[in-house]
Design a protein around this ligand. Structure first.
Ligand code: T3D
Length: 262
């Protein structure tokens, strides 16, 4: 599939996906959703060990392209439930379920579904000038793309409710201070820092990271005892794997490990 709204390439184990409609702040339209599905299925099937998502220009993503939602006089509004079911829900679930780490490199403003897509990723690194806006209340909607689920879990109810109801911009530095994202990096250091993290993860034991991600995501719904059982099962599986053998051997031989597992 040729891509008009995203840039996508896989090199050295790193899949780099850039939302590329800068004149519309990389807002998501139907074409972009189709291209995202295509790129993510390539990542699922291919050799990438990490997925890096960022935006072109001054924004990360401004959420749904509201130009697609204009209603002509006498026309019927779009069925948003259908749009969520077809586009946003599968996209969030695909990112959460990818058996490799997913980095959101938030280069600029992330609003509406754009903010919550970033927060659905495993590691969120934001430039100091970036910001997060739960813009939904400004247009009469609820935070979607997992916002009502993620925000209270990541921030607690008070901050989640404030962001959702007031729709204020949350600066990247504040987001990091609140524990909403992994790290806020000065703009001049942002590209280098993102690259370093991506390269580190591309050399990491992907299978262990996939199980880590799965255990942490699914742990919200379990008791401690159930989670201890899950950890036991994953350790058993990983303990028979080549990456664990390589990790222990490299430690004992005082050298860097060379992980190859998926
Ligand atoms: O519909 C469904 O399928 C249901 C799912 C919904 C998911 C959602 O994401 S709903 C939420 C949709 N997003 C928003 O409501 C955010 C709208 N945008 C903004 O609030 C602001 O643009 C920002 C806070 C993101 C950035 O503000 P600022 O001042 O830096 O930029 P700006 O001047 O507002 O925007 C620059 C241009 O981008 C402007 O176009 P122009 O005037 O230069 O021709 C603006 O219209 C355009 N733009 C920004 N966001 C969108 C957009 N165009 C279409 N859709 C957008 N979401």
């Amino acid at each position: 599939m040729s891509h008009q709204t995203i840039l996508f390439e896989v090199t050295d184990g790193i899949a780099r996906l850039t939302l590329n409609r800068p004149q519309r702040l990389n807002s998501l339209n139907a074409a972009m959703h189709a291209e995202l599905r295509d790129a993510i299925s390539t990542v699922q099937a291919g050799a990438a060990r990490v997925l890096l998502i960022t935006g072109a220009g001054r924004a990360f993503c401004a959420g749904q392209d509201l130009g697609e939602r204009a209603v002509a006089p006498g026309g019927a509004p779009a069925d948003l439930g259908e749009s969520i079911e077809r586009n946003y829900k599968p996209l969030v679930l695909a990112l959460r379920r990818l058996p490799l780490p997913v980095i959101a490199a938030v280069n600029g403003v992330a609003a509406g579904a754009g903010a919550n897509l970033a927060l659905a990723c495993d590691l969120v690194v934001a430039a100091r000038s970036a910001s997060f806006v739960q813009a939904f209340s400004r247009i009469g909607l609820v935070p979607d793309s997992g916002g009502t689920w993620l925000l209270p879990r990541l921030l607690g109810q008070a901050r989640a409710m404030g962001l959702a109801m007031l729709g204020e911009r949350l600066a990247a530095g504040q987001a990091a201070d609140w524990g909403l994202i992994w790290r806020c990096v000065d703009d001049e250091d942002f590209a280098g820092e993102v690259d370093t993290i991506a390269r580190q993860l591309a050399c990491a034991p992907t299978g262990a990271l996939a199980r880590t991600k799965q255990a942490m995501q699914e742990g919200w719904g379990r008791t401690l005892e159930q989670q201890l059982d899950v950890e036991r099962d994953y350790q058993r599986e990983l303990g028979f794997g080549a990456d664990y053998a390589e990790g222990v051997a490299a430690f004992l031989e005082k050298r860097e490990p060379r992980f190859t597992g998926r």
